[in-house]
Design a protein around this ligand. Structure first.
Ligand code: 5GP
Ligand code: ZN
Length: 143
């Protein structure tokens, strides 16, 4: 399978790696939205947030928490965004699961999507749709 992040994990493509262990790699995004924009990936290929095994997701999230703190300190950032784009519609362009760590500075840029409004009782309809699905799929959560 042609996957640039698998290639980076296997070292057949170059990247500016800032951290690596047996399961994960973190490297600089080649098209950063701020200097030091870092990507965290599992070495094993999973398409997205839903398909990575939960145990690996927990380990990767812990690692991302640690790395976000490190990046923030190293670059004297005021804050950071942790982002995961999932699916074409959400802006995912590399279909190998990853977290973005984006260092942020006061007044650097706006990253808020547009907001919409619920009309009348629409919010209740959406609450019910999701609650029903939560009940239906509860078995998955409880194993
Ligand atoms: P996505 O859009 O899937 O959430 O994020 C993919 C990210 O990977 C993008 O921000 C893009 O700039 C970065 N990217 C794509 N190809 C490469 C590459 O070959 N090397 C590095 N370091 N980053 C890449
Ligand atoms: Zn891959």
């Amino acid at each position: 399978m042609d996957c640039i992040f698998c290639e980076i994990a296997e070292k057949s493509s170059e990247a500016e790696i800032v951290f690596e262990n047996d399961k994960f790699v973190a490297f600089l995004d080649i098209n950063p939205v701020n200097y030091g924009h870092t990507l965290v990936i599992p070495k094993t290929h999973y398409d997205n947030f839903l398909t990575i095994p939960a145990e690996d997701l927990v380990a990767m999230t812990k690692l991302t928490q640690y790395l976000a703190g490190v990046v923030k300190r190293a670059l004297k950032a005021d804050g950071f965004n942790i982002i995961s784009n999932n699916g074409n519609s959400a802006g995912q362009s590399v279909f190998h699961f990853h977290y973005h760590i984006i260092p942020r500075y006061e007044n650097d840029f706006h990253m808020r999507p547009r907001t919409i409004e619920y009309k009348n009782t629409e919010i209740e309809i959406y609450r019910e749709k999701i609650k029903e699905a939560v009940t239906k799929y509860e078995g998955i959560l409880n194993g």
